[in-house]
Ligand binder design. Structure first.
Ligand code: PHE
Length: 355
């Protein structure tokens, strides 16, 4: 076997075993490097006579081309393999749910506002809103609470001006006034929103949330109020029966007025809503005072109705077993990821509110 044939068969044996680019680079050096087998053969050309040189050079060039081609072919195969391997490992299943939305959570207060809105919308209430900064007229005077009325002190108001004309609303009731001034009866609204009082402890925060309800129409009675609240409490706490107690109370803007307690008991450190012989105050309510209706130009000979106001934060604490109100407003992500809700799990009455 000639020297060239030997080189050729050595190459053939080696190339078939090659799997990586690194090995390929080594074989390239082995044959075409400074001291490579092929390079060495080219160096012998000068010592040959013209006849031999011609024949040897043509054979050598043929082998060189052949080896070069094979190396290129191998390179191509290896690159292909690498790409396929990469595609296999980096495959993305676009049908999988994304992870991003799971990182954000809906705050229990937002969730409860959505739940309550869903419950009341089922029986024909629509959602109204008003500003956090109110006039003292809307917040107090129009609601039958004159200047010297003790209720103004009870509310621990944050006034924004020395002359007390502007304040942070102490309840959502001023939206009753705004709604009735801007429209014509009947009115059937709920008003979720932020409210402010200068007060802070485990169950009171200077900013908290209320939900107002107002239903004004012909022939609305306290019976409607009771039915409406009974429906709400059962739906909200997702229980069949709820013991409810209407306790006589006083608000300047309702007459008669009541506070509503719901029955509960504690079993294994858990609050069970609806039964038992303990009572929890959840809201204030009553029949809208004729003076309020007069202030907003509603004809009291034709129209009357009820209003109620409840603390959203307290309802959220009760329903979801949260025992410190202040945690609501601390923006602690660990707390939120524990008590928060999935953004895609929008509460509806049909799908279930909190499941
Ligand atoms: N606005 C009252 C409060 O904040 C609650 C309430 C609303 C009572 C409507 C009766 C009717 O205490």
């Amino acid at each position: 076997m000639s020297e060239l044939d030997k080189i050729n068969s050595i190459f053939d044996a080696k190339i078939s075993a090659i799997k990586t680019k690194e090995e390929l680079q080594n074989i390239k050096t082995e044959f075409f490097g400074k001291n490579g087998q092929i390079t060495k053969q080219f160096k012998t050309l000068g010592s040959l006579n013209p006849e031999q040189r011609k024949e040897f050079a043509s054979k050598l060039n043929k082998i060189k081309d052949d080896i070069t081609n094979q190396i290129e072919q191998k390179n191509f195969e290896i690159e292909n393999l690498e790409i396929n391997e990469k595609l296999k490992n980096e495959k993305v299943d676009i049908t999988l749910p994304t992870r991003a939305y799971r990182q954000g959570k809906i705050h229990p207060v937002s969730q409860v506002i959505d739940e309550i809105s869903s419950i009341f919308s089922e029986i024909g209430f629509s959602v109204a809103e008003g500003p956090d900064v109110e006039t003292e007229y809307n917040n107090f005077t129009a609601l039958n609470t004159p200047e010297d009325h003790p209720a103004r002190d009870m509310h621990d108001t944050f006034y924004l001006e020395k002359n007390k004309k502007l304040l942070l609303r102490t309840h959502t009731s001023p939206v009753q006034i705004r709604t009735m001034l801007n429209g014509k009866p009947p009115f059937k609204i709920i008003v979720p929103g932020r409210t402010y009082r200068c007060d802070s402890d485990q169950t009171h925060a200077p900013m908290f949330h209320q939900l107002e309800g107002l239903h004004i129409d012909k022939n609305i009675t306290m019976g409607h109020l009771k039915g409406c609240l009974d429906y709400f409490v059962k739906e909200f706490f997702e229980v069949k029966n709820v013991k409810m107690r209407f306790r006589p109370s006083h608000f300047p803007f309702t007459e008669p007025s009541a506070e509503v307690d719901i029955g509960y008991k504690v079993e294994n450190d858990k609050i069970i809503i609806g039964e038992g012989n303990k009572w929890l105050e959840v809201l204030g309510c009553g029949m809208v005072h004729p003076n309020v209706l007069k202030n907003v130009k509603v004809n009291i000979k034709q129209y009357q109705g009820f209003a109620f106001g409840m603390g959203i934060d307290r309802l959220a604490m009760l329903k979801y077993g949260i025992n410190d109100l202040r945690a609501f407003f601390e923006t602690d992500y660990r707390w939120l990821s524990h008590f928060g809700f999935d953004p895609l799990d929008v509460p509806t009455n049909y799908r279930g509110l909190s499941k």
